[in-house]
Design a protein around this ligand. Structure first.
Ligand SMILES: NC(=O)c1ccc[n+]([C@@H]2O[C@H](COP(=O)([O-])OP(=O)(O)OC[C@H]3O[C@@H](n4cnc5c(N)ncnc54)[C@H](O)[C@@H]3O)[C@@H](O)[C@H]2O)c1
Ligand SMILES: [Zn+2]
Length: 369
């Protein structure tokens, strides 16, 4: 069992991350459920066997479990309101614990519901996707989507405990696993070159729960250290946005194609971020921050690991320009970029001449590979 602490600026609000292979059956102990007046579970239907496991360990009756279909659709005001009403109906009070069990959408939603119900109750997460285990459940950002804008409304509130059981990944489709792996690789690229080489040395979809356990632990260490140094993202936390300026724009554009009748074109978050990291490593090399050889070795490492480096469906700069400009992380009119000046060496608040945006989008087109 490995433990990682995320220290929060708010007093008595530190968050403990516990990584325990097979630990779902010890959820009762890890989450200290006996401390609370009652326990409610918001569970991801896509992870229902794991939800049942948590409920059994914690002695939560089915009347105190709300099962929701996971995925982005559940991160809206209607579902949030459904969660608030559910909590009220089962008599949850200020000393209750809300446990979110599922992917990042479910943990983000549960966290925001807990942060707002009765002005805030305790939350715990049991993330069941790789992305949620190394990213969404670590760092205390909660939120929902409003008016088609991702994470427009939310809060910073650390969960009391995050219990990560890599065995829950055994049911995860490999495409989802690869998507989560992109964030792991990002942690290496911005902070730890040795870790980057280690995690990209073999196809990530073949890694077992046992092999993934120390990797998840190291990624949680890296993210926790960054978040502890800058919880509110005014400085170093921005490093975590590497790959995300272009990645988010790609994700949004291909989602819009998906919604207008080509669902096969939709990119998962991590797929968009992987290609976004290549585009932003390219920008880094064009700015002479990153040697050209390093860019090429990053691309080889991605291929070895099974991460995409180019789009499958072409897009033009015009297709994504508006989405690039509306990046939520921008200040005023200007987009400030998080780039790398070496493998394992991220920097933030970099200005990039707009000509390079177009070049970077050309670089990641299917024909370029
Ligand atoms: N709070 C943060 O700091 C932060 C960081 C990164 C991402 N996020 C958020 O996380 C969300 C994405 O999370 P995600 O990638 O986990 O996707 P997701 O929550 O949409 O889950 C993906 C799919 O996997 C299913 N699923 C979950 N666990 C499973 C399991 N063990 N076996 C099989 N299927 C399972 C879900 O039902 C869903 O259909 C986004 O909403 C994003 O905004 C938040
Ligand atoms: Zn991400």
């Amino acid at each position: 069992v490995k433990r990682v602490t995320v220290r929060s600026g708010a007093e008595h609000c530190d968050s403990e991350i516990i990584i325990d292979l097979g630990g779902v059956i010890r959820a009762h102990h890890h989450l200290k459920v006996s401390q609370y007046s009652s326990v409610a579970i918001i569970g991801d239907l896509g992870a229902s066997t794991h939800v049942q496991g948590v409920a059994a360990s914690c002695g939560v009756p089915s009347s105190q479990i709300l099962l929701l279909s996971g995925g982005e659709k559940c991160k809206g005001v209607e579902t949030l309101s459904q969660v608030w009403e559910f909590l009220s109906q089962i008599g949850a009070d200020r000393s209750s614990l809300l446990i979110g069990v599922g992917g990042g959408a479910i943990t983000d939603l549960s966290g925001f519901a807990a942060a707002t119900y009765m002005r805030g109750i305790s939350a715990a997460y049991i993330p069941t996707t790789l992305l949620a285990q190394v990213d969404a459940s670590v760092g205390g950002k909660t939120g929902i989507n409003v008016g088609g804008i991702k994470n427009l409304v939310g809060s910073f509130q650390q969960p009391r405990v995050v219990l990560i059981d890599p065995e829950t990944l055994s049911t995860l489709p490999s495409r989802q696993k690869i998507s989560g792996f992109a964030e792991i690789v990002k942690h290496g690229l911005i902070k730890d070159s040795e870790y980057f080489s280690m995690v990209t040395s073999q196809p990530c979809s073949e890694l077992s729960g046992t092999e993934l356990t120390p990797i998840i632990g190291r990624s949680c260490d890296i993210k926790a250290e960054i978040v502890t140094s800058d919880e509110r993202e005014i400085g170093p936390r921005k490093l975590l946005n590497f790959g995300h300026t272009i990645g988010h724009a790609l994700e949004g554009y291909f989602l819009s194609l998906g919604e207008s009748g080509s669902p096969e074109k939709i990119l998962l978050h991590g797929e968009a971020i992987a290609i976004g990291m290549i585009a932003e490593a390219f920008i880094s090399s064009k700015l002479h921050l990153l040697p050209r050889e390093a860019l090429l070795s990053i691309e080889r490492a991605f291929q070895q690991s099974g991460l995409p480096t180019r789009l499958q469906t072409p897009c033009t700069y015009q297709d994504v320009a508006a989405r690039l400009a509306s990046d939520k992380k921008k200040r005023g009119k200007e987009v400030l970029w998080s780039l790398i000046k070496g493998i394992g060496d991220g920097i933030y608040d970099v200005r990039v001449p707009p000509e390079l945006y177009t070049e970077a989008i050309s670089y990641i087109q299917p024909s370029a590979q």
